[in-house]
Design a binder for this molecule. Sequence first.
Ligand code: G3I
Length: 376
Amino acid sequence: MYFFRFGRVRVFGAFALVLGLSSSACVERKPSASATQTAASPQADTYATPAPDSLRAFADQQKKFIGTALATWHFGKPNYKEISAAHFNSLTAENEMKWEAVEKQQGQFSFAPGDALVAFAEQHHMRVRGHTLVWHSQLAPWVKTLSGDKLRAAMLHHVKTTAEHWKGRIAQWDVVNEAIGDDGELRKDSPFTALGKEYIAEAFRTAHAADPAAQLFYNDYEAEGLGTPKSEGQYRLIQQLKQAGVPIHGVGFQMHVEPRKWPTPEEIRKNLERFVALGLTVELTELDVPVGEVPGTLAEKLEWQKKYTHDIAAACFTLPACTGITLWGVNDAVSWLSTPEWGKLRGNGPHLPLPFDADGKKKPMFDGIAAALQGK
Ligand code: G3I
């Protein structure tokens, strides 16, 4: 079972074929490469149908997305592509659609790595989440030399050019990523903050003009619960954007779990519900559940991870407007938390944060996600 993306409407598998034949008039069909490629050359698919016990089969049955973050430099690693195609129906570019990768020099765009990720997704009938158009981190160095109108112009040109390049092939863009600080205000360490809050609306409007069919998301971390300055600041920002008629369609909650201090699944659900009540789609966009600092034996850590992941996934999947969960990586070996640079953010490792181990074997965490996808 797989899905086609017709504009902002997505339909699934065989049902899509019937729908496409009988009611193309009512389904706005975007002439996207994925649809064309799939419709014109099904034999080109190297991916047949998901195994019945795969995460993506469970997700397809619920009309949900279960995704992973991919990087082309891992493509040659054992089981990396195979697990991605077999278990996930959504792909996020982990790094290769970020500013530093796409526009290294002002006005000089390089889309090849991102193109390779989009091609992989389309070959395997995976939705694509574009990540990310405007973010203070992983910026090309030249951007940080600009300010005022020059920075605003460079930002809007980057958004327009990048979104236009993949027009019709990106289901969701993280248009603005991590704009809010721990105090709930625009973060002081972002060069875009000096432009004033309006830069966020301008980025969304420009992205919408560039690719009207893409769902446009605001994406952030540690705003998953209720009552913190950051989570309340994020809610206020999104309310203001909606009230101003800004074309924002969803909010991404990254869900990089910090086991030593994290909202309960019930609190997470209550938080998701209030954004849904604003008329938004919500997704968990970068889920990982590190166990380095979780007490107990390895078996006890992994059992905790399975249950906690299940409960968080259920908090999303039981909400109709929580349309997908993306794991931040394919297996423990390629996780950002497995690097010395980032692992220390979650204390002592190994963190083992993902549903497949370094050898590509399923962990108990996999069963927790599978159960949540089946409503168990
Ligand atoms: O591209 C250079 C390469 O030229 C160089 O040889 C290599 C040497 O280490 O570094 C490469 O850059 C690395 C980059 O990923 C691309 O691989 C950086 O060192 C490394 O710090 C960077 O880490 C990424 C991190 O964002 C940067 O903040 C992680 O892979 C990525 O998983 C992580 O993802 C972010 C999301 O985009 C936003 N939400 C938080 C999440 C975790 O930080």
